[in-house]
Ligand binder design. Structure first.
Ligand code: 6PG
Length: 475
């Protein structure tokens, strides 16, 4: 039997950009890969453009499944939501007990839980796999976050390990936990991604409007930052974006991009789940709101004629120091953002008894994924030293850094605020830090108000044993 006609060791369904890139990556590592897509022309295109990888293409699903070695390992890279259920429904009659279906899209983690249970009933395995790194990552090494039964993971582990990114801290894949743990972690990854992107956008805005820096000058400044502790993939990407010129006009292309942000939903899910679990994630929520508000362009343009802001006028000290303050603010706010994401993963892991290791998540995010950043190394070490750390901000590694950088952060937010430049993620992250470090918060008043108008009761700090009491405040 030639290599071409031997049963394939791995199947990939869905030949969009991500599916095709993953299939080629798997084939590069010596696995025989079968591919399927409901549009035969997509199959042909991938095969024709990549003759070296010898992907076995099937236009018919039956033949695709029949052409796989058992237990079959089928990775779905299709649109999340109903198409995944539909695809599973088509696959079920074609599968044999012990076969593994993997969903590598950005699926809702409760769908993943449900799908895993359904597959179990039918004698199949199901893994919900978070994959990060975009097209380039999928092709050359993504960060992979697989969730589901451990024995099912063992069946696909060699393939996932072969294709995953590698960093100095090892392979960027590990078994995240059972059920929807992998998709949950990927969702939070995206939530952090939203906040980090918004922090970069706010930094860019304050420096361009406050100091009048153009895209090229900002790219030079950010390049210096990227050589130090603030190094990250998103900062690197920002530098490349700022340097890109429009071939038609010669202008920085970023200046020609309409300021209305899109989204596919994972950031929104992160905030929704955080609300359900009672975990504050203000940095992520503010980033989401910032995208939503940006998309109301017409309203903003109309409002700008009615609502007026201050003139931008910086003192000579502010002009001199603003870039350094921005650097420190960016780093510190990013720490706070990652802290919120980690706390959310911990809460879900506790709720569902997933046993997710935060140190391991930081490790597999160190390479391949969109939020890879230098700070993930001390972040991993912090959770390794103390897995029960209540919040990253109080770790040995980060609490002194936050103390040191917070003054610059406050000055940065101060300049933005007095200039009328919105910095929603910088300011909400700072408020999170200030709330978290406050032994006293004004919620004594909140409790008194609740009791006053709704008899919701309150506890007395001077009589802890008295339990919940009520006062008739309004008499
Ligand atoms: C990744 C990315 C990728 C994508 C998200 C967010 O990890 O490779 O997170 O999954 O960028 O879908 O996209 P939106 O900004 O459109 O929500």
């Amino acid at each position: 039997m030639s290599e071409q006609t031997k049963p394939a060791q791995f199947g990939v369904a869905g030949m969009g950009v991500m599916g095709a890139s993953l299939a080629l990556n798997i084939a590069d590592h010596g696995f025989r890969v079968a591919v399927w897509d409901r549009h035969p022309e997509k199959l042909q295109q991938v095969q024709q453009e990549n003759p070296k990888q010898a992907l076995q293409g099937f236009a018919e699903l039956e033949k695709f499944v029949a052409g796989l070695e058992r237990p079959r390992r089928i990775l779905l890279m299709i649109t999340a939501g109903a198409p995944v259920d539909e695809m599973m429904g088509r696959l079920f009659p074609l599968l044999s007990p012990g076969d593994v279906i993997m969903d590598a899209g950005n699926s809702w983690y409760l769908d993943t839980r449900r799908r895993e249970a359904l597959c179990k009933e039918k004698g199949f395995h199901f893994l919900g796999i978070g994959v990060s790194g975009g097209e380039e990552g999928a092709r050359n090494g993504p960060s992979i976050m697989p969730g589901g039964p451990k024995d099912a993971y063992a069946l696909v582990q060699p393939v996932l390990e072969a294709i995953a990114a590698r960093s100095e801290e090892g392979l960027c894949v590990t078994h995240v936990g059972p059920e929807g743990a992998g998709h949950f972690v990927k969702m939070v990854h995206n939530g952090i991604e939203y906040a980090d992107m918004q922090l970069l956008a706010e930094t860019y805005d304050v420096l361009r409007r406050g100091l009048g820096l153009d895209a090229a000058t900002l790219a030079d400044l950010f390049s210096k930052w990227n050589e130090g502790i603030a190094e990250s993939f998103l900062l690197e990407t920002t530098i490349k974006v700022l340097r890109k010129r429009d071939p038609e006009t010669g202008k920085p292309l970023v200046d020609l991009v309409l300021d209305k942000a899109g989204q596919k939903g994972t950031g929104k899910w992160t905030v929704q789940v955080a609300l359900d679990l009672g975990v504050p994630v203000p940095s992520i929520a503010s980033a989401l709101d910032a995208r939503n508000l940006s998309s109301r362009k017409d309203e903003r343009v109309a409002a700008s004629k009615k609502l007026h802001g201050p003139d931008i006028s910086l003192s000579s000290e502010e002009k001199k120091e603003l870039a350094q303050w921005a650097h420190d603010a960016l780093y510190a706010a990013r720490v706070v953002t990652y802290a919120q994401g980690m706390r959310l993963i911990q809460a879900a892991s506790d709720e569902y008894k997933w046993g997710v290791s935060l140190a391991e998540m930081a490790r597999i995010w160190r390479g391949g994924c969109i939020i890879r950043a230098k700070l993930l190394t001390p972040l991993r070490e912090s959770f390794q030293q103390q897995s029960t750390l209540p919040n990253l901000m109080v770790s040995e590694a980060f609490s002194p850094v936050l103390d040191k950088m917070a003054p610059a952060w406050r000055k940065f937010v101060g300049v933005a605020t007095k200039s009328g430049i919105p910095v929603p993620v910088f300011s909400s992250s700072l408020a999170y830090l200030d709330s978290y470090r406050s032994p006293e918060l004004p919620q004594n008043l909140t409790q008194a108000q609740r009791d006053a108008f709704g008899a919701h009761t309150y506890q007395r700090r001077d009589k802890p044993d008295a339990g919940f009491v009520h006062t008739d405040w309004l008499k």
